[in-house]
Design a protein around this ligand. Structure first.
Ligand code: ADP
Ligand code: MG
Length: 629
């Protein structure tokens, strides 16, 4: 038997390990199971290389909890360690790993920016145990089994023991503060959280299974019950497989495996698979976005070689794709660094832009392969796509191939198709292409109808970030302007070089304008004289596109709108100089009657826009009754 001192600079590192990463004590299990997995994978590898003779069987990992003895055991049938290897890998390597780790992060205990605390490794067991034993026997011929023990001080003992089975058994003597980990339910929870998809089968306890009754069973026969190993994990999750070997149904069932509480099926999936210049696999799903979507639930999960790390993929997956679901797995993502570092890491940036590109390619393919099906999905995916167009320039460029612009009549047009369709009649006198859109078919019904009667195409753009997107499109496309159908009278939506004849002369117009301005609130309404169709209403209220969009952008946040104060509501009051009522107002001799006519016409214009409310509405009704009396 040998005893020794673990070579440390810090006199006693264990109290530090214990205290620190307080909330993350649970990772000890993940670390020990990762080690057991590594040892088993090594064994399998050596066996395929022919360096181990004979059958290695189906090695698995077992976790055992003894509540009375306050012990947790992690048992593997992997390569094991010789005495020298324990000296080297546990006393020196693992220890230096732990030391380095503590050194690096001791000031950052509270830094929630650290994701996954990989690197602490074997010594994380001292976060929950006051004594740790290792029983191990190497696969090597004639290797002697050894037992190592350490009670959390820098002293350890190492002795030869009798043990026949190849592999390693770690025994944790759980300390008072960590008793919770002796609950079966706690261990099951942790195994399901971190090890659900690890590559070696993990057994924890047993469970009863009822066998189906044989066909010829007599009536009243009790079905037979058997006890089977309770296996925790699926060692070959879908993302580790070749996409060629998977059917649509396999992807769907993997989705259910990932999110057992999700009952809605995903719309489609994207299988990620790169080897160069970094390693990354995974499957992303486009979910059907419902209104009561909880963004903190069922998020994308990040794995490192099938070990769960986190479901906060901020910085790794571009923002606009964080509404997706699924998994990504990469050994190349540095995990024990802060998020701000992560975002500036070159490898991580490449991963993020790779994912963006893959998603764009997949969307292009889906669109090309089955346009009809793609159109049916559009309303469910448009938010994600529009957000991506806004936030990622690369994605914006690619989106021209698949982004759709639906009309109010549910015709889904690409940008090129839209341009071709509307160019002939929706180009204005300055050669700008005017794209008309509505945001709500019900409240804008009359405007939509009027535009359609003129032969215009009206899009239905109703997502919350649309005003930002239009701004972006106007900046990127040449000579394009988006105008909402209710931004002006239909005759003015697209300004052409038509000289319309006005019944009122310029002098008459100049005379009328101040008379009207005296009656209406000037700070909110700008009076405009327009020669329109004589059948068109005399007074029309419109909200200029620019004003409305600014207000919307401010409401939905971002776009440099912060701190600019609140935009006031501003409208245009368009006076149709060809309508007879307008001539009548001008020619009314009594001032009082003139004011009443203006007020009444103004209120009617407001009424048609839903702007007449409260006291104004009451007064209007009263006045109207008096007028018909
Ligand atoms: P890491 O896993 O990052 O190398 P650890 O501190 O977790 O760091 O482990 C240190 C070393 O101890 C491992 O690299 C391995 O050589 C050895 N080791 C730990 N656990 C086992 C095990 N169950 N079987 C065989 N070797 C192990
Ligand atoms: Mg390890």
């Amino acid at each position: 038997m040998a005893t020794g001192n673990i070579n440390v600079t810090a006199e006693n590192i264990f109290p530090i390990i214990k205290k620190f990463l307080y909330s993350d004590h649970e990772i000890f299990l993940r670390e020990l199971i990762s080690n057991a997995t590594d040892a088993t994978l090594k064994l399998k590898h050596l066996s395929t290389l022919g360096e181990i003779k004979g059958d290695i069987g189906e090695p698995m990992i077992e976790v055992k909890v003894d509540k009375k003895k306050k012990e947790i055991r992690i048992i593997d049938q992997g390569v094991g360690m010789t005495g020298e290897e324990v000296e080297k890998y546990i006393n020196q390597v693992a220890f230096s790993g732990a030391e380095e780790f503590v050194e690096k992060y001791k000031d950052k205990v509270e830094d929630s920016g650290i994701i996954g605390h990989f690197g602490l490794g074997f010594y994380s067991s001292f976060m929950v145990a006051d004594k740790v034993e290792i029983f191990t026997k190497s696969f090597q011929k004639d290797a002697k089994a050894v037992r190592w023990e350490c009670d959390g001080s820098p002293k350890y003992t190492l002795e030869e023991i009798d043990r026949k089975e190849r592999g390693t058994e770690i025994v944790l003597h759980i300390d008072e503060d960590s008793k919770d980990f002796l609950e079966d339910s706690k261990i099951t929870e942790l195994l399901k959280k971190y090890n659900k998809f690890m590559p070696i089968p993990i057994k924890f306890g047993t469970r009863e299974e009822t066998l189906p009754l044989p066909k010829d069973a007599k009536e009243g026969t009790e079905p037979e019950k058997i006890t089977v190993d309770n296996l925790i994990n699926n060692p070959t999750p879908a993302w580790t497989k070749n996409p060629k070997d998977l059917k649509d149904e396999d992807y769907k069932s993997f989705y259910r495996e990932l999110y057992p509480m999700q009952f809605e099926e995903p719309l489609f999936h994207i299988h990620l698979n790169v080897d160069y210049p970094f390693h990354l696999t995974g499957i992303l799903y486009f979910p059907k976005l419902s209104k009561n979507l909880d963004p903190t639930k069922d998020r994308i999960q990040l794995y490192q070689s099938q070990v769960f790390v986190t479901d906060n993929v901020e910085g790794i997956v571009p923002d606009f794709l964080q509404m997706l679901r699924g998994v990504i797995d990469s050994p190349d993502i540095p995990l024990n660094v802060s998020r701000s570092y992560l975002q500036s890491d070159a490898a991580v940036k490449k991963i993020s832009s790779y994912i963006t590109r893959k998603v764009a390619d997949k969307l292009t393919n889906l669109f090309k392969k089955d346009r009809k099906a793609f159109e049916e999905k559009w309303d469910d995916i448009k938010i994600i796509i529009e957000y991506g167009m806004l936030s990622e320039d690369k994605f914006f460029e690619k989106s021209d191939k698949f982004a759709l612009y639906p009309t109010v009549d549910k015709e889904y047009l690409t940008w090129a198709e839209l341009e071709e369709k509307i160019k002939p009649i929706q180009t204005d006198k300055d050669n700008k292409l005017v794209v008309l859109y509505a945001s709500d078919v019900k409240t804008q019904h009359s405007y939509i109808n009027a535009a359609k009667e003129k032969g215009y195409t009206v899009l239905l753009l109703d997502s919350p970030i649309v005003s930002h997107l239009l701004q972006k499109l106007e900046g990127a496309k040449k000579d394009v302007q988006f105008v909402r159908v209710d931004a002006d009278h239909v005759d003015n939506l697209i300004k052409k070089d038509e000289n319309k004849i006005s019944k009122l002369s310029d002098e008459e117009k100049e005379k009328l304008k101040p008379i009207i301005e005296e009656v209406i609130p000037k700070e909110t309404y700008t009076v405009q004289m327009e020669a329109m169709d004589s059948n068109a209403n005399p007074f029309i209220i419109t909200q200029p596109e620019f004003m409305r969009r600014m207000k919307e952008m401010q409401a939905s946040g971002g776009g440099g709108m912060m701190g600019m104060g609140n935009f006031p509501d501003m409208y245009n009051l368009v006076i149709n100089t060809n309508n007879d009522l307008v001539s009548e107002i001008l020619n009314t001799k009594t001032k009082k009657k003139q004011e009443r006519l203006i007020q009444q016409a103004f209120d009617l214009a407001k009424l048609s826009q839903g702007l007449l409310q409260g006291e104004e509405l009451t007064n209007f009704i009263k006045r109207s009754f008096e007028m018909v009396k």
